[in-house]
Write a protein that binds this ligand. Structure first.
Ligand code: SAM
Length: 171
């Protein structure tokens, strides 16, 4: 069976403009749809590291993306972002979709960790579904502020259909 990629995920991954040699970290990979799409766009030295703190998320990503793991493109780990250890300054892009920690609480430590591990010019790409419009101004204000406080240059992107906003931080 072919697993469909939801349009919100496709829009976000298209926006992020994955390059064949990117080193991508996904936070909160869930059912693995974004990891699948991103890995399809990696070639050569391109690699992806997908994490989720939930066992169910990791299991679903591993099952869906078995071919990418087998091909050596993808590593999936059950871990909380706060305790992530990856080599310093290797990442080119960080991707997260509907991962609330960036706007519901203080994420200064996690953002510092991402800043330290991203190459200069690399980006953090935080996307959120906007089907609950009453949350959008809070998401934008809080996630932008936290990225800015963490040393990123921030800009906002949005789509009406599918309903998605992105808060992009450039290192
Ligand atoms: C709402 S789900 C979204 C899943 C997927 N990104 C999507 O859009 O379909 C949020 C996911 O992020 C994971 N998550 C939340 N906080 C996390 C953290 N601090 N570290 C790692 N994973 C986290 C959760 O376990 C969950 O699988």
């Amino acid at each position: 069976m072919v697993n469909k990629i939801p349009s919100r995920i496709r829009w976000a991954v298209d926006f992020m403009d994955v390059q064949p040699n990117d080193h991508v970290l996904e936070i909160g990979c869930g059912n693995g749809a974004a990891a699948d799409l991103i890995c399809r766009r990696l070639e050569g030295k391109g690699k992806m590291f997908a994490i989720d703190r939930s066992e169910a998320g990791v299991d679903r990503t591993k099952a869906r993306c078995a071919a990418h793991i087998e091909a050596g493109k993808l590593t999936v780990r059950q871990i909380d972002l706060a305790t992530l250890r990856v080599p310093v300054k290797r990442l080119t892009k960080v991707f997260a979709f509907d991962v609330n920690l960036f706007w519901v609480r203080d994420a200064a430590e996690e953002i510092a960790l991402l800043h330290e591990r991203l190459m200069p010019g690399g980006s953090v790409n935080l996307f959120f579904d906007t089907t609950r419009p009453e949350q959008v101004s809070d998401i934008l204000a809080k996630a932008s502020e936290q990225l800015r406080d963490g040393g990123f240059r921030v800009y906002i992107v949005d789509s009406k259909m599918p309903p998605v906003i992105g808060i992009i931080g450039r290192r």
